[in-house]
Structure formats: structure tokens, C-alpha cells
Design a protein around this ligand. Structure first.
Ligand code: TXA
Ligand code: MG
Length: 305
């Protein structure tokens, strides 16, 4: 059962963790300025401490209190907030986003979520809330309340049910450091949508990668095989497009990338629960949202990087 916005804000003030519904995936939240609370997130997730967290705030004005915004960051914030975009900017306030939350970096990742309940919690709390996806480290992100409770519900003092996540993939992470805009993690705001606002993106070379991008991620227990035309013995096929595999396991029967993104993590989890020999996934087109979907699938299949 869902707790109230006020209960969630009270837990955050006490240094407790919460489950936070957002439009992308469910998050495991804590007061970004409280090192003990932030440490509890790393512990509950089993997350390596070199991987920094995203600070969530209720609006762009609150974002500018913790990060330094140049013209490019402002243009992106105006175009996509509230919504599934995270901006990595120079740090302004090292107290409200503690060292551990940033993994010691002098930059900060900031997002204003699109989900009304998430923003209500953030406004009621009145400060930045770090919230990684609520899965245990390395597992698929939870996109339903039940999946979030199953993953890390044991660690929280309050849980906000916001229904199924309509986006279903984590936010796009864009760095605006050093006057250069680069894509650190593909997500539901596409490369083309970002380039329409700030022009061509800089190449995000190895040195500019998100620290968290270097580890295996999003993996169910069953082995994942991508670019599959059909299921092999004992496999479940997650199809894409009309007439591909069993309709019950289709990412999108109409070949719609938004629908496939919204279904991806839920179907990976549901397939995994039947203990198949493996999970095969149809080829997904590379353009638009397909970049982010294929990124998550390659990682789930163990093709890291
Ligand atoms: O949609 C989302 O972004 C979800 C919801 C809950 O908001 N959160 C999420 O958080 O996906 P997490 O912790 O799973 O992913 C955060 C990503 C990681 O790849 C991390 O390395 C990167 O953001 N990141 C955070 N701070 C950074 C920084 N200062 N510089 C570069 N990358 C950073
Ligand atoms: Mg995650």
C-alpha cells in the first residue's frame, strides 16, 4: 500500500530511505545532504561507491541552487524538464549534495522528474533527493510498484505508489561540463531531440563516460540473447512487431518503440520468473528510442560498453 507524500517527506528528514515513483523507473530515495542516509542506499542496492547518484529536485530553480547552469544547460532544462533528462553540471553546493552522493566528483547529476507524485515529495521535503533505480545493483530497474517493493522495499520507511512507469527506461544523462554537451547514457529523450536544442553533441570519449556505465547492468538471472529471429529450445522470445513470437511476451505487437521501452524491464522480470533456459529478444531498430533500448539489452546480454 502507498504511503502519503507527507510520510515520505518525514522519512527523508529523519534520514530514512523511501521508494519513489517516477515516470522513468522507481527510485530508492534519500536526503542528498545526509551522508549516512546516502550510505544506506549504496548498502541496500549493493552498489559500488564509485558510481555517483542523481539528485532529484522539484523545479529548475531548485536545480540552480545545487548546480551551475550555463546557457546550454538552461536551454536543455527548459526544453525537457520536468521529464526524463538528467544534466551533469559543475557543483554549486557541496553541502546539500554530499561527497558520497557524487562519488567525490566536483560535478552533480540533476533531474526534475515528470511524475507529479515525485515532484510533490520533493517539494514537501524541500531539498535534493538522490534516487538511483530501486533495483539491487546489476538487476533490471523496477517499473511497477510491486517490483520496486520486491527489490528494495525491505530498506525503506515509506513507499510511494505511482502506478506503472509510463516511460520504463531510465533518464537520458547529458553532461554539460567544460562548455561541451555530450551523451553519457542514452535514454528516453533521444539524441536527435537533444541535438535539436543544442546542436551536434560532442563525442563522449572514454574519459567522459558516466562512472556507472562500466559495470554489468540490467541483467535477469536467465541468459539474454539479443538480435534473435526465433526462440531456441526452452527460451522465451520477447518479440517486436506483428506476428513475432507469442503475443503475451511481445515488447510491442505494433513495432512501437515507446511501447517497447515501457514494457522492456517488466517483461524481462516476468520472463525470468518462469526460469526459462534463456530469454531471446527480437532485433530492435537502432534509431530514436531504439538507441536506449539496445543499450540496455546489450548490457543485459553481457555485452558491456
Ligand atoms: O531515470 C532515472 O534516471 C532513475 C530515476 C529513479 O530517476 N535514476 C537512475 O539512477 O537511473 P542511477 O543511479 O541508476 O543512474 C545514475 C547514472 C549513472 O550512470 C551514474 O554513473 C550517472 O548517472 N552519474 C551520476 N552522477 C554523475 C556525474 N557527476 N558525472 C557523470 N555521471 C554521473
Ligand atoms: Mg540503475
Amino acid at each position: 500500500m502507498s504511503d502519503t507524500i507527507e510520510q515520505a517527506a518525514t522519512c527523508l528528514r529523519r534520514g530514512e530511505l523511501i521508494l519513489l515513483a517516477t515516470e522513468t523507473v522507481y527510485g530508492l530515495g534519500a536526503d542528498a545532504g545526509n551522508p549516512d542516509a546516502v550510505a544506506a542506499i549504496f548498502e541496500a542496492k549493493g552498489r559500488p561507491r564509485f558510481n555517483p547518484l542523481i539528485s532529484h529536485v522539484s523545479d529548475a530553480a531548485a536545480a540552480e541552487e545545487i548546480g551551475v547552469f550555463g546557457p546550454q544547460a538552461r536551454a536543455l532544462a527548459e526544453a525537457f524538464w520536468p521529464g526524463p533528462l538528467t544534466l551533469v553540471t559543475p557543483l554549486r553546493d557541496a553541502e546539500r549534495v554530499c561527497d558520497l552522493a557524487r562519488a567525490g566528483l566536483d560535478s552533480v547529476a540533476i533531474r526534475v522528474p515528470g511524475h507529479a507524485k515525485a515532484r510533490a515529495v520533493l517539494a514537501a521535503f524541500g531539498g535534493p533527493v538522490v534516487a538511483p533505480s530501486a533495483n539491487r545493483s546489476g538487476r533490471p530497474s523496477p517499473t511497477t510498484f510491486a517490483d520496486a517493493v520486491e527489490e528494495t522495499g525491505f530498506a525503506v520507511g515509506a513507499a510511494i505508489d505511482g502506478g506503472p512507469c509510463i516511460v520504463g527506461l531510465e533518464s537520458t544523462v547529458v553532461s554539460v561540463l567544460g562548455g561541451q554537451v555530450s551523451l553519457l547514457r542514452p535514454g528516453s529523450v533521444t539524441r536527435a531531440e537533444i541535438e535539436a536544442v543544442v546542436g551536434p553533441l560532442a563525442d563522449s570519449g572514454e574519459g567522459h563516460r558516466s562512472p556507472g556505465r562500466l559495470t554489468l547492468h540490467y541483467a535477469p538471472d536467465a541468459p539474454v540473447r539479443i538480435e534473435a529471429d526465433q526462440a531456441r529450445d526452452g527460451e522465451i522470445l520477447l518479440g517486436f512487431g506483428a506476428g513475432v513470437g507469442d503475443a503475451r511476451w511481445s515488447l510491442s505487437p505494433t513495432g512501437d518503440l515507446r511501447e517497447a521501452a515501457a514494457n522492456l524491464f517488466r517483461l524481462l522480470r516476468e520472463a525470468d520468473r518462469t526460469h526459462p533456459a534463456g530469454i531471446a529478444v527480437s532485433p530492435i531498430p537502432a534509431e530514436g528510442l531504439g538507441e536506449a533500448i539496445n543499450d540496455r539489452l546489450r548490457r543485459a546480454a553481457g555485452h558491456v560498453g
